[in-house]
Design a protein around this ligand. Structure first.
Ligand code: ADP
Length: 320
């Protein structure tokens, strides 16, 4: 198997603070991997170690077989990176920003020019080509950072919070673009605060806390492992728990019945038959709740993503 990224025994310490703690991770070529974790979990530090912006305290990162530490230029030639923090030359306009980046990837002037035009069109930024980055809206800035990351046709695209502050329609546009890229073979790593983004895009999701990967798997596998699927039936009419003793773990709350189950199978059918056999009793609503990554995140980290979004980032505070 070809690996886009191989991380072995990676640690990063800032003084007495351990941001990454003996982390192991292998990302096969072609995978779409999401990284989720509370603020301060170590996501950006991990990404910075992959792209060569942070120097690991221990361990090694290889990108397509090349060590980021000992062969940095070779390793970086495979990567495009869209950072969370803006690092764009202040006085360049957008076209120049993109063309300049093309130079880093060894594109000739003519190719960099063509590629920049292609990226401006792809990301709906042609009309802003002569603007400076700092005159753009938040959503446009994010798009420009991704366009810039794509200048060198990267085999590995790394996106740190690519859709923070981007409106819903543009976010969906971006999802389509990223899905296409991934289908065409680009390996993508993304950190996100949007659970629906991870669930919609990622083949595997890693949940990080305290510098370690606590869980790693497909959204379906994690949901299966951490969430209890259940059916909920809303009823109108008389109901008594004693009628349902033969249904294990069934509970009644007001006019709602809840029962753990993995699928709408024979047990559900038997329950529906029981519910409708009493005259005057009607089923108003039935749904199967399968759980979601939000619940997985809560179980694994003890926090909700909403709490996360409200909390100031420790990192931001540390870096100010
Ligand atoms: P996340 O991206 O998951 O929010 P970070 O990787 O930014 O987390 O931060 C992990 C931990 O490392 C935090 O406690 C943060 O304060 C600390 N940290 C990150 N960068 C630095 C730095 N340059 N100097 C000191 N501490 C840092």
């Amino acid at each position: 198997m070809v690996f886009a990224v191989q991380i072995s025994d990676l640690s990063k310490r800032y003084g007495s603070l351990t941001a990454i703690d003996h982390l192991q991770l292998e990302i096969p070529s072609g995978e779409f991997l999401g990284l989720l974790g509370p603020n301060g979990a170590g996501k950006s530090t991990l990404i910075n170690c992959i792209v060569g912006l942070a120097k690991p305290t221990t361990g090694e990162v290889k990108v397509f077989g090349h060590s980021v530490r000992s062969e940095p230029l070779k390793a970086k030639s495979f990567m495009g990176f869209s950072p969370q923090e803006v690092n764009v030359e202040r006085f360049f306009n957008l076209r120049r920003t993109l063309e300049f980046q093309g130079g880093f990837y060894g594109l000739s002037k003519a190719r960099a020019k063509d590629r920049a035009q292609e990226m401006l069109e792809q990301f709906g930024l042609v009309e802003k080509a002569k603007e400076q980055f700092f005159r753009l809206s938040g959503g446009m800035r994010k798009r420009l950072l991704i366009a810039r990351a794509m200048m060198g046709y990267p085999k590995l695209l790394i996106l740190d919070e690519p859709t923070a502050g981007v409106d819903v329609a543009q976010r969906h546009e971006l999802w389509k673009y990223l899905s296409h890229l991934n289908r065409d073979g680009t390996t993508i790593i993304l950190t996100t605060h949007y659970i629906d983004e991870a669930q919609a895009l990622c083949e595997r999701v890693g949940i990080i806390n305290h510098g370690r990967i606590l869980e790693l798997g497909s959204p379906a596998k994690l949901i299966d492992q951490y969430c209890e699927s259940k059916i909920r039936v809303t009823i109108e009419g008389p109901m008594d728990l004693s009628e349902f003793r033969d249904f294990p773990k069934l509970s009644i709350n007001g006019n709602e019945i809840t029962m753990p189950t993995h699928s709408l199978g024979p047990t559900t059918e038997r329950l529906m038959a029981r519910l409708t056999e009493i005259p005057g009793r009607r089923v108003l609503d039935l749904n199967l709740h399968r759980g979601n990554l939000e619940e997985v995140f809560l179980r694994v980290t003890g926090k909700t993503m909403a709490q996360e979004a409200d909390e100031p980032s420790e990192t931001t505070v540390a870096k100010l």
